[in-house]
Design a protein. Sequence first.
Length: 309
Amino acid sequence: MDLDAVRTFVAAADAGRFQDAAATLSITQQAVSKRIAVLEKRLGVRLFTRTARGARLTIDGQAFLPHARTLLQAEERAIASVRPGSRALRVDVIGRRLAPAVLLRGFHRANPDTELDVVTLFDADAAVAALRAGTIDATFRAVTGPARQLPDGIEAARVYDEPVQLLTGPRHELAAARSVTPARLAGQRIWMPGIVEGTEWAAYYDALAAEFGLTIEATGPDFGTAPLVDTIADSAVLATFVGEDTRLVWPADQDLRRIPLRDPAPVYPHSLLWRADNPHPTLTALRAHLAATRTECPETETWTPAWAR
């Protein structure tokens, strides 16, 4: 249905004269008559009866008027839903227990009136495709190639270098260590069933393993975080890597240990990606917040893959 015709009908019904409706809409009286005629043809009824004093609604016109107003109100709501700043900023955080979600929560705490729509997409390819399609506004990802290799119109900024930790059970030989060097882990069984070939996190841990001579096992089905933690807690030989800001919860009697890695400290390079032509003001505020709150890793020496530098 032609909403311009509906708008003209409502203006004419309110004014009672086509001439006055034309003045309200800044169009000609002939245009008003033409739009009303098109609408009447679409509906198959007469909406107005011409009188010496102007135009009077027919019974059908009176019945249609409240619905016409509802249509125009729906149009305004639809426009408002995508007006910059009027809708929630949709951001992909990979996983709700991971560091990007922590960064986004920090932004929301600093800006509690902002509306956010938080989603979790699978990998960088899916996230970049969603950015290009406009179904998300931003994503936190590790960029595994130079920024110039990103698709046209996609921009990225490094926002957080997250230290990587070793997670062990209480019977593991390194459980009592205050810190461990990556080289010390050569020969240890590092089990990470959540690694999926081709993802950015697989690229990171492949580079980490190659740099320090590590063996990272991705065998077995990935049943999620809780079963992984249970297995690590019960094992004297298995350990896994976790980000410093990864939110993990386990029973007290499991007594798991999160051990920092030092000399050098491997850090996971989180970047924020967005479309350059996205005008959403909350996106601008998020980028400014991340830039203002970014801190360097306190370690004197860090490591990250060459592609992240």
